[in-house]
Design a protein around this ligand. Structure first.
Ligand code: TYD
Length: 673
């Protein structure tokens, strides 16, 4: 709301939404009020609704071209003026004729025009929003718009109309000033106000980069139209989005079409129907309002697909619900999933589609949604009564499988497939497991996308307490492999690079730094080491042997310094881009013995060596725990055995891991055997 242009657009949007809802309520009751018998009333109501949907088919596809081609500010303002005029004309028609057929006929024509114009207005508006707010704020903006359009204004419109009804009902007003008429006047005025605001107060809407320069000729309308479809069809992200959105709405259409009968099958009447309906809306609102906070930093593309699966999966549960309480719960999740899908879908479309084609992308969605809704509602409400309720005799059970429930199951399954398809087309985190990612994001720690693992070399790590004899073992192994003609790179942490050496001095020789700073410095050394030494060597097919790696941080900074091990692991994972060793050799040793060895070797203790025995014991057990939890990747050896024995066991294991020699580069010297 701090962004002025958006604040004004939001005001327009709220007014518009209020107008739309009022218009929907008022025109339908207006039409019904013109005739007396109930059959005709139904037909009148139905006609108005149908007329509202029809323009989608005819005009929808062109709407996007207009939204992309012309200045969106003009498009919006002109559309609003037209809507003003036609809304005004509906109640005024009664001044000219008493014939109900003519009045309804005119209402239908006017509604048709208004809807057609709305089809042009919406893509222009949707496409303009991303230009008014920074991308990072787009989701919040959409949240606000959706909450206003579908949460606040329908209620406000209904209350307003009811208020007008009861207020004007007390007086004997002339025919042109009854509640529905007043609602329509008011409605017309909201559109006039909008036109003025958009045109005079939000110049930013036209402030986008011109699609064509002054001298250039624009391509023809048809070309632009075809280009739009081509873009939607050929861009995996957009294709996934459109598929997902349409799938979700198809499911929604079936739910709406079957809801009435379904409520009766649960032995509920109208009350059950309205309860389900209200629950759906509560779920929608909940998903839109609370969704982003719930999933935290989860990839929006994944969120979109998952939301659709949630909604559709819940439809399947709904189909199988044995009683109302069950159905209400499932409906809540249907709503929440749909709300989240709607929000993430709109945000993705707005944020990831170029301004040039954005109007057309929104138009395709808008048209598709209406067509799909119309089709599925009509189809399912026709089919729903058919076929009765066949019961299946399964020995001890009899299952009553009504058409309603079958339709719901089919809709749910289609929805799940659409969601899965969308996930597959759009996924931006290949290789990161989906559910683990979701769970981690909900807990506030999204998993990073691992950098691709080198396919060639072999990555070996030696770990253990101080004085366990790692360097000796590293060298023995390296020599053995080199004798066998392998390209071997020996390295260590910390301090294998120039920057690393400085970090090492800082860590082991200077004054002690705070534990978190220590953890960060080790991670910094590691990040640089992996990028500049380990990965390049692996990429060329070498065997990399590192003296210490991630586990040292988990043991020393985690267990030793008592920082949360999970957090240290996360930090290291980030630093290495997810690179894991193929084998970790853990040289296990009683720290009392190890420290004595280390001190006699170097003469003075470094910072960590001078820590307490309890510290080193925690380190030791952390190493052992890590090994126990992933035993396939670890080789744990008793470091008190003689070095030659240890070395031979290590070599035996490493040889098993070595890929066929031709995948390695042979050294070019004469030691090749
Ligand atoms: P190391 O090079 O094995 O010591 P040495 O000089 O005895 O060969 O490791 C230096 C110290 O760094 C060691 O005490 C453990 C510590 N360390 C950590 O605390 N965290 C880490 O992530 C790493 C790699 C090492």
């Amino acid at each position: 709301m701090r962004i002025r242009a958006f604040r004004r657009l939001w005001a327009v949007l709220s007014l518009s939404a209020l107008g739309d809802w009022l218009g929907l309520l008022a025109t339908s009751t207006f039409a019904a009020a013109q005739v007396d018998n109930s059959l005709a009333k139904g037909a009148a109501f139905g006609t108005v609704i149908a007329v509202r949907l029809l323009p989608a088919l005819i005009l929808g596809p062109m709407a996007g071209v207009l939204a992309d081609r012309f200045d969106r500010r003009f498009t919006m303002a002109v559309c609003d003026v037209i809507r003003f005029v036609f809304f005004l004309s509906i109640p005024l028609a009664t001044l000219f004729t008493d014939n109900p057929a003519l009045v309804i006929g005119w209402a239908a024509v006017a509604t048709f025009v208004i809807e057609a114009v709305a089809m042009l207005w919406t893509p222009a508006k949707e496409a303009a929003v991303p230009n008014l707010v920074p991308r990072a704020r787009l989701e919040a903006t959409n949240q606000l718009s959706l909450a206003t359009t579908y949460g606040v204004t329908p209620v406000a419109a209904a209350l307003l109309l009811a208020g007008l009804n009861s207020l004007l009902g007390q007086w004997d007003v002339p025919e042109w000033a009854e509640a529905t008429d007043v609602a329509l006047y008011f409605n017309a005025l909201t559109f006039l106000a909008n036109a003025l605001i958009v045109f005079f107060l939000i110049p930013e809407i036209s402030g986008r980069a011109a699609a064509t320069g002054p001298g250039e000729r624009k391509p023809g309308m048809l070309r632009e139209f075809l280009e739009g479809w081509k873009f939607v069809g050929q861009t995996p992200l957009v294709r996934g989005l459109v598929l997902g959105i349409l799938g979700a709405f198809a499911g929604g259409g079936v739910v709406v079409g079957t809801a009435n009968l379904y409520a009766r099958e649960l032995y509920g009447g109208d009350a059950a129907f309205f309860l389900l309906f209200a629950t759906l809306f509560i779920g929608l609102a909940g998903g839109i309002v609370a969704g982003p906070r719930l999933v935290g930093a989860l990839s929006r593309r994944r969120w979109f697909g998952l939301s659709i699966i949630l909604a559709a999966g819940s439809v399947i549960v709904l189909a199988l619900a044995p009683q109302l309480a069950f159905a209400v719960t499932a409906t809540l999740f249907v709503g929440a999933g749909a709300g989240m899908a709607f929000l993430s879908g709109t945000t993705l479309l707005g944020g990831e589609v170029d301004d040039e084609v954005r109007g057309r992308a929104f138009a395709v969605v808008q048209t598709g949604v209406r067509v799909v809704l119309m089709f599925t509602i009509a189809l399912s409400s026709t089919l729903v009564g058919a076929g009765g309720r066949p019961t299946f005799d399964l020995g001890p059970f009899t299952v009553e499988l009504s058409t309603t429930r079958i339709l719901l199951i089919v809709a749910g399954v289609c929805g799940v497939m659409a969601g899965a398809g969308a996930l597959k087309q759009m996924d931006d985190k290949h290789g990161v497991p989906l559910l683990a990612d979701l769970w981690a994001s909900v807990r506030g720690r999204p998993l990073v996308k691992a950098e691709p693992k080198p396919v060639r070399g072999l990555f070996l790590v030696f770990e253990g307490g101080d004085g366990a004899g790692k360097s000796t073992q590293v060298n023995l192994l390296a020599d053995a492999l080199r004798r066998a003609g392998r390209d071997v790179v020996v390295t260590r942490e910390p301090g294998a690079t120039t920057a690393g050496a400085q970090i090492r001095r800082l860590l082991l020789e200077g004054e002690a730094v705070a534990p978190r700073a220590e953890a960060l410095l080790y991670a910094a050394d590691r990040a640089h080491h992996v990028t500049t030494v380990v990965r390049p060597a692996l990429d060329r097919g070498a065997v990399v042997i590192s003296d210490r790696y991630v586990d040292s941080s988990l043991a020393y900074q985690g267990a030793g310094r008592t920082l949360p091990v999970q957090e240290v692991a996360w930090l290291s994972d980030w630093a290495t881009g997810g690179l894991k060793p193929d084998l970790v050799v853990l040289l296990d040793l009683d720290p009392a013995v190890g420290l004595r060895r280390a001190l006699s070797r170097s003469g003075g203790a470094d910072l960590l060596e001078s820590e307490s025995l309890a510290f080193h014991e925690r380190v030791r057990y952390q190493f052992l725990d890590l090994a126990a939890n992933d035993s396939g990747r670890y080789l744990v050896l008793d470091a008190e055995r003689e070095p030659e024995h240890v070395a031979s066991v290590v070599l035996e294991r490493v040889v098993e891991l070595l890929p066929a020699p031709d995948r390695f580069q042979r050294r070019s010297d004469d030691r090749v055997t």
